[in-house]
Structures are given as structure tokens and as C-alpha cells.
Design a protein around this ligand. Structure first.
Ligand SMILES: Cc1cc2nc3c(=O)[nH]c(=O)nc-3n(C[C@H](O)[C@H](O)[C@H](O)COP(=O)(O)OP(=O)(O)OC[C@H]3O[C@@H](n4cnc5c(N)ncnc54)[C@H](O)[C@@H]3O)c2cc1C
Length: 576
């Protein structure tokens, strides 16, 4: 068996990597532990969110599948942050947990990707580059381009209370042999952890005692080409923890592996476990939870906000203390997973490991968290593995920001997730214009099909036409393009309006970056980072710990965002 590109892993990174290489006409094999788990949503079946929605639209603009598959399986769609500026608004879809993987498997089959069920165990190296992947059963799969997207499976250990089990996620084993092969080759691995929430049987929830959160946008979708068909929409619900819940959690903290020291890997601070929330914010008398249906044909409910590794009896007590959940039955207990990741600072911006040409990494194995982050890296790694160079600048795409952060700064000690504050060009890197930013390049590389390109060309021409006649008054907040041009396609009118209204802000954003560049070498000696209220707590802590000598050094501290650097720039300007 020989293929142009071999991808290991059928998660979000692996699927996009395989599809991208196949779109470029390469022969592709996708090796995965379980054939029926392609595109599985390990955690909450939700796609998008702050900055993540932009990644999904960028993937779509590059011909990827995630947006299309999410649109076909959406059961609730929302726009987040609608009271704020467009740069920080985002789309988020709740998708059907069973149908999403089915649709993704159809995409893989349609693209002609050969799916091989098996365990990737070792790599074959000849003449200083990758020559084959070796499976656990001894099968040799020859290739000169291998993309590893093994998620949380390298050295994976699942924790639920004091119980420990080897595995990458519930129901699936871990990949220990591959971890050893990678360390033997000289790759540096680290250890991280993430967690998931209990799932409830929805038939045991008193829905009438919870706050309903109905679908907000029946026509909402991610892909630039709207879906041909949509699923029925479902309501989500809001519940709250209370003092009783917090007492139940505190009573069992000694049995939580995070507090007993059984887990050594660091988890994401931005997505804390319920144990963390209760101990870190003792002054809060309640925490908001979202009860989200997992699909149309299942009663399972995801309790967003209760990620935990407490033992089963404590999870029962915690859940049943919540109003509306007094009789709720847990179908699957929450758990934490600890796993090895590859320190991404060893990789080049193409996601290749330069020490071993032909070996690429993408997704959670690079220390990120989230389906969208994984899928976006997968696409980039797949294109580069196919021999087509693809690297994005920080001013071109959120994908470029993420990969630059990963390869230049690393993950900063916790799973890396995309946020608007990580993007210094966030007024430009929006969801709505991902097609205009990326489709021309995608088309030139051969990644974008004829239909999507024809739609784009038509839209671009209409935008140019309308822009030419748009009056200057459109700059004013109370003037809307939809009123001025009621006949125009709403998407086109929206783009023209955003271009006009944002032009001044974009110029100012550029000027602020020029200021930061000019002050890069200025000393930060004597600056009390902890006393700068405009910085986030995280930025204050990281800067105090790292004590950078100059602004340029501060920008290189992992986890210190461009937003924090702009705040420091303002402080320096005031001081000089
Ligand atoms: C318990 C848990 C909780 C999570 N919580 C969150 C959360 O709260 N928020 C969030 O945004 N994200 C969360 N995630 C992360 C999200 O699920 C992942 O970031 C995303 O799925 C990563 O995609 P991936 O393609 O990199 O890896 P995965 O989706 O994990 O896919 C890995 C693939 O590799 C295959 N594989 C692994 N090893 C081998 C091998 N040796 N041979 C062959 N195949 C192999 C597996 O079978 C699988 O198909 C969570 C994940 C888990 C497991």
C-alpha cells in the first residue's frame, strides 16, 4: 500500500487534512482506530463560538468540510455578542451528535479517501525523511508525507474520581506505542488535560422549571453556500447551581484527581471544571449552566458548565441539587483526560517537523483544544503535506494567528484555544469577510470548487458595484445599507456597509500596530504589571512571572495576547 499522503486520525484535524490533500488530487489514506468514529464530537456537539466561528468560515473559504457538515446537522443556531462590534460577534451551532459524524464520513467517502482501520504504531524513516507508517498488526503503509492528528490519544489516561483507565476518550483505547516512537525520534512531548461534563437522560429533567433558550436564527448557517436542507431546531435550557451544589462539590474535592495530585497535566483556565469554579470563585453563589440537546434522535443532554472529574456519587449529588434536575439520571459521567502533546514550537509554520521532512502534526496533538482549531490546522497540514506550500500571515487569517502562536510561542502551559484577543488584526479577521480574504488564494491553489467560486465572483462583483454608489452618509451609525438599497442581496449590502463603517477603525488599528512596532525595543523596567487594571488577570500574572525586558520580549511571552501588548503600548506612551 503506497499513498501520496497518509493521515493518522479520523477526528476533525484528520478529516480536513485528508479532504484537503484529496481536493488537490493526491492519493490519500486515513488510518484510524475505529472506522465508525470519523468526525466524532468527543465533547459538546457544538461548532463555532467566539473566534472559533471565524475559523469555521475560513475553513469553508478554503474549501473545507466543517461548515457544510455543521450546517446540514444544525439543531440550534445563535449569534453571540450581538450587542458588541462585528469584530467580536460570532456564530455558534448546536449540531446533532450522530448525524455530524455520518455526514463527515460521507464527505470522506465522496472524496475518494481510503479509510484504513488500525493502530498507527511506528514510523519508518529512510534517507532522513518519512518513508512509511507501520501499523500495530505489522502492515506497512508507504508514503513520503504523513500527517499525525491523534488528538488526546497519545499516552491518554481517563480519570473519574479515583478510577483511572487508559484511553483517549470514553469507549476508545490510548496510543502508547506511537508516543514512544515519537520520543525515540527526538520529539519533545508535554502533558495536558481536558475534561468533559456529565450527560443526562432528558426524560428525567423537569424542563418546565428551567429557563428556555429557543433557537435564535432559523436561517443561520456557516458556509458561504447556504445548505440545501436544514434539520428541525431544538430549544436549549438554562439552569443554575446553588449553595447546595457547591457544598456537594466541596465535600468530594479530596476524591477529585485534580486536587489529589493524580493529574499532573495542566487544564484550560478559560474552560474551568466545576470544581475549579467553586474553589476559585467562592464568593459566587451560583453558576449558570446550559442544558443542550445532543441531537434529534437521542434523549441525551449535555450539561454545559459542569466539566468534572469528581467520582460518580459526587456527580449524582451535584446534579440532583440543581433546580429542575432533582430526579435527573446521569447517562454518562463526566471525566478528565490527560494526554501527551507535541510541543508545537518544534514545528515550522507549515506544521511540518523540520527535523524529519515529511512528518506533519495537526490538531489537539499540537496542544490545542477544540474541533475548529483542530480542523483548521488539519486543513493547513493536509495542503502542505500534498506538496502545496500554504502559510497564512497574522493579518490574513485567524488560522495564521493560531499557527504563528503555536509555532513561535507555544501553548503557554495550557490547552490553546482561539480567542478574538489573540488577533491584533481582529477588525479585519472577521467571520463575514472570510470569503473575500481567502477564496481567491484557495481557488488559485486548486482548493475551491467551481460552484463556490462562481458564487464568490458574483458576490464580489455585486459588492464592487454597490460600493461605487454607496453614499458617505453610510458611515453614520443610524444609516443602514439595507434601507438605502432594499433591492440588493442582504449579504452584499452588509459587506458594503461594514466596509464603509469600519474603514476608519481599520486605519486606526493599523496605526496602533505601528506604534507598538516603534516602541518594541523600549525598556519595561520598573513597570508594575500587576497594577495595570486594563490588563486581564491572566496577562498580569504571566507578565509578572516572565518579567520581560522590552515590549518585544513581552509579546513573545506565551499566553500574552496582542490586546495586552496594545494596552502596554498605551502605558508606555503615557509614561514617555
Ligand atoms: C474528554 C474531552 C473533553 C473535551 N472538552 C472540550 C471542551 O470542553 N471544549 C473544546 O473546545 N474541546 C474539547 N475537547 C477537545 C475536542 O474534542 C478536540 O480538541 C478535538 O476533537 C480535537 O480534534 P483532533 O482531530 O485533533 O483529535 P480527535 O478528535 O481526538 O481525533 C483523534 C483521532 O485519532 C485517532 N487515533 C489516535 N491515535 C491513533 C493511532 N495510534 N492510530 C490510529 N488512529 C489513532 C482516533 O481514533 C481519533 O479518530 C475535549 C476532548 C475530550 C476528549
Amino acid at each position: 500500500m503506497d499513498y501520496d499522503v497518509v493521515v493518522v486520525g479520523g477526528g476533525h484535524a484528520g478529516c480536513e487534512a485528508a479532504l484537503a490533500a484529496a481536493r488537490l488530487g493526491r492519493s490519500v489514506a486515513l488510518v484510524t482506530l475505529f472506522r465508525d468514529q470519523l468526525g466524532r464530537l468527543s465533547c459538546n456537539p457544538a461548532v463555532g463560538g467566539l473566534a472559533k466561528g471565524t475559523l469555521v468560515r475560513e475553513i469553508d473559504a478554503l474549501g473545507g468540510a466543517m461548515a457544510r457538515v455543521a450546517d446540514a446537522t444544525t439543531i440550534q443556531f445563535r449569534r453571540l455578542n450581538t450587542r458588541k462590534g462585528l469584530a467580536v460577534q460570532a456564530s455558534r451551532a448546536q449540531v446533532d451528535i450522530d448525524l455530524y459524524p455520518k455526514r463527515m464520513a460521507e464527505e470522506i467517502a465522496r472524496a475518494g479517501v481510503v479509510v484504513v482501520e488500525g493502530e498507527a504504531a511506528d514510523l519508518e524513516v529512510r534517507a532522513g525523511r518519512i518513508s512509511a507508517l507501520l501499523l500495530g498488526d505489522g502492515t506497512r503503509v508507504g508514503t513520503s508525507a504523513l500527517v499525525l492528528t491523534t488528538g488526546t490519544f497519545l499516552g491518554g489516561v481517563l480519570h473519574c474520581g479515583r478510577d483511572q483507565q487508559v484511553g483517549g476518550r470514553v469507549g476508545e483505547g490510548a496510543a502508547h506505542t506511537l508516543s514512544l516512537s515519537l520520543t525515540r525520534l527526538g520529539l519533545r512531548l508535554g502533558r495536558l488535560k481536558t475534561g468533559t461534563t456529565p450527560r443526562l437522560d432528558g426524560r428525567t429533567v423537569a424542563w418546565d422549571r428551567l429557563h428556555v433558550q429557543p433557537d435564535a436564527l432559523p436561517g443561520g448557517h456557516f458556509a458561504f453556500t447556504p445548505p440545501a436542507a436544514r434539520l428541525a431546531r431544538r430549544d436549549c435550557y438554562i439552569a443554575f447551581t446553588n449553595e447546595g451544589t457547591h457544598a456537594a462539590i466541596r465535600a468530594s474535592l479530596g476524591e477529585s484527581p485534580m486536587y489529589s495530585g493524580a493529574i499532573t497535566g495542566r487544564g484550560p483556565r478559560y474552560c474551568p471544571s466545576i470544581e475549579d469554579k467553586v474553589t476559585r470563585f467562592p464568593e459566587k453563589d451560583r453558576h449558570q449552566l446550559f442544558l443542550e440537546p445532543e441531537g434529534l434522535n437521542t434523549h441525551r443532554i449535555y450539561v454545559n458548565g459542569t466539566s468534572t472529574s469528581l467520582p460518580a456519587h459526587a456527580q449524582d449529588a451535584m446534579i440532583r441539587s440543581i433546580e429542575g434536575l432533582e430526579s435527573a439520571v446521569i447517562e454518562q459521567y463526566g471525566y478528565a483526560v490527560e494526554y501527551d502533546f507535541v510541543d508545537p514550537t518544534q514545528l515550522s509554520p507549515t506544521l511540518e517537523w523540520p527535523a524529519l521532512p515529511g512528518l506533519f502534526f495537526a490538531g489537539q496533538v499540537n496542544g490545542t483544544s477544540g474541533y475548529e482549531e483542530a480542523a483548521a490546522q488539519g486543513l493547513v497540514a493536509g495542503v502542505n503535506a500534498a506538496g502545496v506550500p500554504l502559510v497564512f500571515g497574522r493579518d490574513e487569517a485567524c488560522i495564521g494567528v493560531m499557527i504563528d502562536d503555536l509555532t513561535q510561542r507555544g501553548v503557554g502551559g495550557e490547552p490553546y484555544r482561539m480567542f478574538p484577543s489573540r488577533c491584533e488584526h481582529r477588525l479585519v479577521l472577521r467571520e463575514d469577510n472570510a470569503d473575500r480574504r481567502l477564496m481567491p488564494r484557495a481557488r488559485a491553489l486548486g482548493l475551491l470548487g467551481d460552484e463556490a467560486w462562481a458564487r464568490f465572483e458574483e458576490k464580489a462583483a455585486a459588492i464592487a458595484e454597490l460600493s461605487a454608489i454607496a453614499p458617505a452618509s453610510l458611515r453614520r451609525p443610524e444609516v443602514f445599507a439595507a434601507d438605502l438599497f432594499p433591492e440588493a442581496n442582504p449579504e452584499v449590502a452588509e459587506q458594503v456597509e461594514i466596509d464603509v463603517k469600519y474603514a476608519g477603525y481599520v486605519v486606526r488599528e493599523g496605526q496602533r500596530q505601528d506604534q507598538t512596532r516603534r516602541l518594541a525595543g523600549v525598556s519595561l523596567a520598573g513597570i508594575d504589571f500587576a497594577g495595570i487594571d486594563a490588563l486581564s488577570i491572566e496577562a498580569r500574572e504571566r507578565l509578572t512571572r516572565a518579567s520581560p525586558a522590552t515590549l518585544a520580549d513581552a509579546a513573545r511571552v506565551p499566553g500574552v495576547t496582542p490586546a495586552a501588548i496594545q494596552t502596554l503600548t498605551m502605558v508606555l506612551i503615557r509614561l514617555t
